[in-house]
Design a protein around this ligand. Structure first.
Ligand code: PFF
Length: 457
């Protein structure tokens, strides 16, 4: 029987807390901001079908593998990975997997805080009445003036970062655990209220048709690849977050069943967000579902601004988005904090301040890339776009691929079997097959095509 390590960071109070925490990590800007516009620009239904397929067939198995390594090591992703490599007598090169994940997490946190800052700013933008009756052009100008103003962007980025530090300094049980147990139910209730609003006030049936009319002809090969990338991002795979959270998971919990629940909640939130956004968009003249990244910050304000009671609802909507982003961002900070505490023997408060400070400074690059530095390009991309591309299209698939191969081929079987106890043999065999063959081939395709698409097509 494999020997269990005792974690120094504590553990979740229960399996339910793990589910709330992992769902909190998964549900974020990826579901509410990115999913609707990516689905919108890819024609709707067929994209959604492929996206859900990717979640179930690739995302869930890889996420299980990541949690497994974390729970086996019971430390930060870097050290859990280090131990898993040593205990499996594998080549020490495999240890880099933990580093890639944690480094990607820091990079993502830096720009995630900037976008989450937009959502915070829009809570007040909507509540102030400034969006009342705005046209598309005016909404575009309001959004443009926010992006053009570094001091406003830095102000909101800083507030968001402080919110994250406020939670993570509290530790696993009293900080993260308590936060997700409060935030997630609030998020679900708000989501359902907004769904009700969009059902009665928006064009719900058009939104439903758009998301569930599976017209496969509209789907391109590139759309399939985007669906897979989105599935990875939305489940928080490959960035250490889920590995770190797995380290705090009760030993009794069945990894497969638990992760299925998390993936179900995550997909549900993406679909409900899509229904809310498209109901509102379709109820408003002149707004296209394929509006791209501006869908949430330009099109929605136009729609909210033109509806009775819309501004209050709009403000509530941005509170919802901010909560979702908050519960995701804390999962990006925690893995690095856990590692620094282990490696440098410093307090949780110090580790938080150092790392959040680092991510904040790096985030200034993203802030400035929307205005002062908009002409400075890295590989043809602004600093923000470059970081987004580097993490989502390179580091994330690479790390997910390595995790699948490591658990599928390299990790000692006795550890894997120990962590997967209680799983039916057929399911176990299917899972192993996915990790060994399906996931590596599919992820490699995303990886290669993603780079090809960006630089050579
Ligand atoms: N899953 C989050 C979202 O959909 O917004 C983003 C994310 C959070 C990615 C945490 C990775 C991560 F470690």
């Amino acid at each position: 029987m494999a020997i269990q390590q005792k974690g120094m960071h504590g553990a979740w109070a229960s399996r339910w807390t793990f589910i709330m925490a992992a769902t909190g990590s998964a549900v974020g800007l990826g579901n509410m901001w990115k999913f609707p516009y990516v689905a919108g620009s890819n024609g709707g239904g067929a994209f959604v079908l492929v996206y859900l397929g990717c979640i179930l067939l690739i995302g869930v198995p890889v996420m299980m593998a990541e949690v497994l390594i974390g729970r086996q090591g019971r430390q930060s992703p870097i050290n859990s990975m280090r131990d898993a490599v040593a205990e499996s007598d594998a080549k020490s090169r495999w240890r880099h997997v933990g580093w890639v994940g944690v480094a990607a997490g820091m990079l993502i946190l830096s720009f995630y805080a900037v976008i989450a800052g937009w959502a915070l700013a829009y809570i007040f933008e909507a509540a102030s009445g400034e969006l009342a009756g705005v046209s598309g052009d005016t909404a575009g100008a309001i959004f443009g003036s926010l992006l053009a103003d570094p001091s406003r962007l830095i102000f909101w980025q800083s507030i968001f970062m402080l919110l994250c530090v406020g939670v993570v300094v509290g530790g696993v049980k009293k900080g993260l655990g308590v936060a997700v147990e409060i935030l997630m139910p609030v998020l679900f209730v708000m989501l359902l209220l907004l769904l009700g609003f969009s059902f009665f006030r928006g064009n719900f049936s058009a939104a439903w048709d758009f998301l569930f009319n599976f017209n496969l002809q509209l789907l391109t090969w590139r759309g399939v690849l985007e669906a897979m990338g989105q599935a990875f991002f939305t489940l928080s795979i490959g960035m250490g977050a889920i590995m770190a959270y797995g380290a705090y998971m009760p030993q009794k919990a069945n990894i497969g069943k638990t992760i299925l629940i998390v993936a179900f909640f995550d997909s549900l939130v993406a679909i409900i967000s899509g229904l809310i956004i498209f109901s509102i968009v379709f109820a408003t003249q002149g707004i296209e579902p394929s509006a791209g990244p501006g869908l949430m910050f330009i099109s929605l304000p136009v729609a909210f601004g033109g509806m009775p009671g819309g501004l209050l609802i709009g403000s509530a909507f941005f509170v919802l988005v901010s909560i979702a982003a908050w519960s995701s961002a804390i999962s990006l900070l925690e893995p690095c904090v856990a590692w620094l505490i282990e490696a440098k023997d410093i307090s949780r408060v110090q580790a938080n301040l150092l790392l959040a400070g680092f991510a904040w400074v790096l985030g200034l690059g993203s802030v400035l890339s929307f205005n002062v530095w908009s002409d400075i390009k890295f590989a043809g991309l602004t600093f923000f776009d470059f970081l987004d591309f580097l993490t989502a299209n390179i580091m994330l698939p690479l790390s997910g691929l390595l995790i699948a191969v490591f658990v599928g081929y390299v990790m000692k079987r006795e550890f894997v079997d120990y962590q997967m106890q209680g799983t039916a043999p057929k399911i176990l065999a299917l899972w192993r097959l996915t990790l060994r063959y399906v996931a590596p081939v599919a992820i490699s395709a995303v990886f290669v095509m993603g780079i090809y698409d960006k630089f050579f097509s």
